[in-house]
Write a protein that binds this ligand. Structure first.
Ligand SMILES: [Fe+2]
Ligand SMILES: [Fe+2]
Length: 167
């Protein structure tokens, strides 16, 4: 599913995609891909579903696109990254409000997207939708990332073993 031919979607998210802070998402790694790609995926899937089931798809597209909009990346320690799992909705809402004017639904989508890990309840159907889409797609991305890491480690051990046997 590609957003690039969807004129209406592109019009809705234009302001966000053009923002210089948001463009930094392109260089931050997230679940083995760029955070930019993750955000666009969640936003576009949620937007398509919201349109079909007649929700506020404009707020869904915008809120979902900003749900992980925070600037911390690979420079963080493993411990910090882990702790951010529990606190990043707050950071994402702050970065979003520093850069854009958001309505109540968009703000709630961002702050509640990690419910119940982060204890803010989704107040709108739009927030519940983005929460579910993020958990499904994010879960799939994480699984793929760990599978790759496991495969890499296995290959590395195999090469070491071969060197040991040959010697
Ligand atoms: Fe998140
Ligand atoms: Fe996410």
């Amino acid at each position: 599913m590609s957003y690039s031919n969807d004129k209406e979607y592109k019009r809705i998210v234009k302001e966000i995609l053009r923002n210089s802070e948001f463009k930094k998402m392109y260089y931050i790694e997230h679940h083995g891909i760029s955070r930019w790609e993750h955000l666009l995926k969640i936003s576009y899937y949620s937007y398509k579903i919201a349109k079909k089931i007649k929700l506020d798809y404009v707020s869904v597209a915008r809120g979902a696109l900003l749900h992980d909009f925070y600037l911390d990346g690979d420079e963080r320690s493993k411990k910090r990254k882990f702790l951010d799992t529990f606190s990043h909705p707050k950071k994402a809402l702050k970065t979003s409000l520093d850069n854009f004017t958001l309505n109540e639904i968009e703000q709630n989508i961002i702050i509640s997207h990690m419910y119940p890990i982060y204890p803010v309840i989704p107040k709108f159907k739009e927030s519940i939708l983005v929460d579910i889409v993020d958990k499904i797609i994010g879960g799939h991305e994480m699984l793929r990332e760990y599978k790759c890491k496991f495969k890499y480690r296995f290959n590395y051990l195999f090469v070491l073993l071969m060197i040991f046997i040959i010697n």
